[in-house]
Design a protein around this ligand. Structure first.
Ligand code: PLP
Length: 395
């Protein structure tokens, strides 16, 4: 009898972490690898945030805190939702965890019974289906097409909602496509959800602050009829370049928030006290650098999209947020190139040109690949030259 549990056999390790690890290994073996797989900003955490953490250590802020977040951090989060999203929450409607990842995981563990379905629009962030499976739920993956900007449409949503649907996940701007839903698009989906009356919505807003071309961020909890059925998840990892500090949070109905806290109380307890103090400064301190950094990301996005669209066989949409692009490599999957799938494409690209990207099928949509442009312009220039020569060598 295997020592490993059945629930663990249902899931696989994160493919994006696997690519990053592979690139690290090749680099350690002396290869000049350019990693475009990692989902984290290359910028450093701003100094005012680091200073707040150092001060917290000096002040002895080094003990257990309340399980689901310090009162100071919860207050800062309440203020953030009011200031940026015009949403009113009380501190009892807020939970803080060790990264957005833990908050999502706890939310599924707290709410899913065996067989409950979760609608996951694809391409999706790699962890959603596996988290749902771990919690005993059933992912209901809905493929969203390039012609719809990789976004879920109201028509598709209508068709996939069933009696067993418990959650719909929305992620805007999206990992892996960078696509952001406009207010109109969210209102269209909302009409279906308001009619349905039952489905809860998990809105993953982790890339809220990384957006371009005056894209107006809108989150589904702003639709008043849905606020009581929405759990809005966010965090400091991406916006404040704080991936290693591990602070994420969510706001929503009190019963769900309480249940999430219950799981946390019997698993990890509170997120790091020092990281929480840093997150208070991130949310309450100056927000000026967010725009500066978005400008730098925009320059890279423009360069990457243009370079990719200059390569025969590659086609790339221009996303309005996050730091990813999701180009199609379908034009290069044929008998002549001897590449059948996006995984073949990605594998050969790494072997021949030492560029690490992630296959679209890992995100639930075949024929594409994801590039993270959260790296220096110098790296991106080298990478685009290498991708071009790789693609040209195929024909
Ligand atoms: N949601 C999405 C869409 C992500 O891309 C990530 C990180 O890659 C997360 C949530 C979780 O972020 P963290 O756990 O660092 O807060």
């Amino acid at each position: 009898m295997s020592i490993i549990s059945d629930s663990l056999k249902r899931i696989k390790p994160s493919p994006t972490i696997a690519v990053t690890q592979k690139a690290r290994e090749l680099r350690a073996a002396g290869k000049d690898v350019i990693g475009l797989g990692a989902g984290e900003p290359d910028f450093d955490t701003p100094d005012n945030i680091k200073d707040a953490a150092i001060q917290a250590i000096k002040d002895g802020d080094t003990k257990y805190t309340a399980v689901d977040g310090t009162p100071a951090l919860k207050k800062a989060i309440v203020k953030k939702f009011k200031r940026e999203n015009n949403l009113d929450f009380t501190t009892e409607q807020i939970t803080v965890g060790t990264g957005g990842k833990q908050v999502l995981y706890n939310a599924f563990m707290a709410t899913l019974n065996k067989g409950d379905e979760v609608i996951i629009p694809a391409p999706f962030w790699v962890s959603y289906p596996d988290m749902v499976l771990l919690a005993g739920g059933k992912p209901n993956v809905v493929k969203c097409e390039e012609k719809d900007g990789f976004k879920l449409t109201a028509n598709k949503l209508k068709k996939v909602i069933s009696k067993k649907t418990k959650w719909l996940i929305l992620n805007s701007p999206s990992n892996p496509t960078g696509a952001g839903y406009t207010k109109d698009e969210i209102e269209d989906l909302a009409k279906v959800l308001i009619k349905n009356k039952k489905v809860h919505i998990l809105s993953d807003d982790i890339y809220e602050h990384i957006r371009y071309d005056n894209f107006n961020f809108f989150t589904i909890a702003q639709i008043s009829k849905l606020k009581d059925r929405t759990l809005t998840m966010n965090g400091v990892s991406k916006s404040y370049a704080m991936t290693g500090w591990r602070i994420g949070y969510a706001a929503g109905p009190k019963d769900i928030i309480k249940a999430i806290g219950k799981i946390q109380s019997q698993s990890t307890s509170n997120p790091s006290s020092v990281s929480q103090a840093a997150a208070v400064e991130a949310l309450n301190g100056s927000q000026d650098f967010i725009q500066e950094r978005s400008n730098a990301f925009k320059e890279r996005r423009d360069f990457v999209v243009k370079s990719l669209n200059n390569i025969k066989g590659i086609n790339c949409l221009t996303p309005n947020g996050a730091f990813y692009v999701f180009p199609s490599c379908k034009g290069l999957l044929n008998k002549k190139t001897k590449l059948k799938t996006d995984s073949d494409f990605v594998k050969k690209l790494l072997e021949k040109e030492n560029v690490a990207v992630v296959q679209g099928s890992a995100f639930g949509l075949e024929g594409y690949f994801r590039i993270s442009y959260a790296t220096s312009m110098e790296n991106l220039k080298k990478a685009m030259d290498r991708i071009k020569s790789f693609c040209e060598s195929l024909s």
